[in-house]
Design a protein around this ligand. Structure first.
Ligand SMILES: [Zn+2]
Ligand SMILES: [Zn+2]
Length: 125
């Protein structure tokens, strides 16, 4: 049956063409990045958004470019962290300044970090 044979070959050709068309369409993402100079929103200084950083941003799926230079970003990150509150008390052992992360309660001895470490060492040993 020569007729049906010819038809199936034609069909195969169409499928091959469609696969090739899809392959070219996925190559839209540029794989080359160039260093870019941006202006920091906080300090107004220029900073470089490097090719490596751009690649990193693209990998993470970030849509926006960085708004701040590295120094300002670090400063903001540190500022966002809630600062630990310290209380100043008098060390019961050496009489020096004892910085403690809790409010010293009356009648309870507070030790400076030096004395505290010393006492802990004695306890452990
Ligand atoms: Zn800045
Ligand atoms: Zn002390």
């Amino acid at each position: 049956m020569p007729y049906s044979l010819k038809k199936s070959v034609e069909h195969k050709g169409t499928v091959q063409f469609r696969i090739r068309a899809n392959k070219t369409k996925t190559r839209e993402v540029p794989d080359m990045y160039e260093d870019k100079t941006l202006i920091c929103k906080d300090c107004g200084n220029e900073f470089v958004f490097t090719a490596g950083e751009q690649e990193f941003y693209a990998e993470k799926g970030f849509q926006n470019e960085p708004q701040r230079c590295k120094a300002c970003r670090v400063a903001r990150k540190n500022a966002a962290k809630p600062e630990r509150e310290f209380f100043i008390a008098t060390c019961a052992k050496c009489g020096g300044e004892a910085k403690v992360p809790f409010r010293p309660t009356e009648g309870r001895d507070v030790y400076c970090s030096n004395c505290f470490a010393q006492m802990k060492e004695e306890q452990d040993g």
